[in-house]
Design a protein. Structure first.
Length: 161
């Protein structure tokens, strides 16, 4: 598949690292936010078979991935470009006793085999991808036939991919 990226119309800043990532993790980790992640995780995974493989792209502090993994019946992976977020997410999962594999990597060049995941979720991050067409192509590549990809982004900027 030939993919051509056009110059993005707005500046894309560097990934969240260090103090910015830690601040974001605190803000998104309120009890009301965690309750919302729990509800969303249930909605996303209720129909999946036991042992299904789930990928959250750009999970940040990992709260949604952790909630998807909490029942213990799914294999959940999170891929984020930010080293700090990968560290925070892994610590958050350890703190609640949940098994999630958090990896550092680029959504435009994912380190996964083709047809690896039954569900891919990407929440409030797509607008930040510098190569959105490649990101979509990679999500499609690693999604199993018949799988589901859910991309949620409330910013109108996300439509300029």
């Amino acid at each position: 598949m030939q993919i051509t990226e056009t110059r993005r119309w707005r500046f894309k800043g560097p990934e969240m690292e260090g103090p910015i990532a830690r601040w974001y993790a605190r803000v998104r980790g309120s009890q009301s936010q965690l309750d919302a992640y729990r509800k969303q995780a249930f909605q996303l995974t209720a129909e999946l078979r036991d042992g299904a493989r789930v990928l959250e792209v750009a999970p940040g502090p990992g709260y949604l991935a952790i909630e998807m993994a909490r029942p213990g019946r799914l294999q959940v992976t999170g891929l984020d470009i930010s080293r700090t977020f990968v560290e925070i997410a892994a610590e958050n999962a350890r703190n609640v006793g949940v098994s999630v594999e958090f990896r550092q990597g680029d959504v435009a060049q994912m380190p996964f085999e083709t047809d690896s995941f039954d569900l891919i979720a990407c929440q409030a991050a797509f607008k930040n991808f510098t190569l959105p067409h490649r990101a979509l192509a990679e999500m499609h590549r690693v999604l199993r036939a018949g799988g589901t990809a859910v991309i949620q982004d409330m910013s109108k900027d996300a439509t300029h991919a």
